[in-house]
Structure formats: structure tokens, C-alpha cells
Write a new protein. Structure first.
Length: 112
């Protein structure tokens, strides 16, 4: 479960890094264009930059929303699994103790 959250978080971080790289590339391209064309291109480039920034922010917001939904889904799945485990243990406590002991013995043999 924590693995899903870590995966979602790393996906969001990757997405943000990609958006930052894309944004930096666009800014560099605009700077180069301004140097080539001079001040008359500044107005058009500023307009293009506003559109690029808006697109980048929209993409980042969508990434955050997707990550939030993934985290909520992971949290719900974890809660469901925890509740199922609790119910099973309450219904069959001796079986649960036996399974826990068997797992402990196996782990002890593997690492002992």
C-alpha cells in the first residue's frame, strides 16, 4: 500500500520535473527569438509565454488531481484490506494466531 503511495508521489514528482524542463525550454526558445528579432517580437513572445504558462499550469494541476485521486484510491484500498483483516481475525482468532506463528517460524528459519 505504501508502495502505491510512493509510486504515485514519484509519478507526480516526475511530471513536475518534466513540466519544469518543458517550461525552461520554452523560455530559452523565446529568449533566443527575442535576440534574433528584436524588441518588436517581445509583444508576440509575451503573448506566447502566457499561453505556454497557462498550459503548463493546467497540466500540473491535472497531474496533481490525478495523484490525489490515486492516493485516495490507495487509501481506500488499504482501509478495505485492513477492515477485511480485522473481520477475519475477529471471526477466527485461533486460525489468525496459528497463521501468525507459522509465518514467524518461516521468517525465523529464513533469516536465522
Amino acid at each position: 500500500m505504501a508502495n502505491r503511495e510512493t509510486h504515485s508521489r514519484s509519478a507526480v514528482e516526475r511530471s513536475l520535473r518534466e513540466a519544469q524542463r518543458d517550461f525552461d525550454k520554452r523560455i530559452d526558445a523565446i529568449r533566443s527569438e527575442l535576440k534574433e528579432k528584436g524588441p518588436e517580437a517581445a509583444d508576440q513572445s509575451l503573448s506566447d509565454l502566457k499561453v505556454d504558462v497557462a498550459d503548463t499550469l493546467r497540466e500540473a494541476r491535472e497531474s496533481f488531481e490525478s495523484a490525489r485521486e490515486s492516493l485516495e484510491s490507495a487509501h481506500k484500498s488499504f482501509d478495505d484490506a485492513l477492515e477485511t483483516g480485522r473481520t477475519t481475525i475477529q471471526e477466527q482468532p485461533l486460525t489468525a494466531v496459528g497463521v501468525a506463528a507459522a509465518v514467524g517460524i518461516v521468517i525465523g528459519l529464513l533469516f536465522g
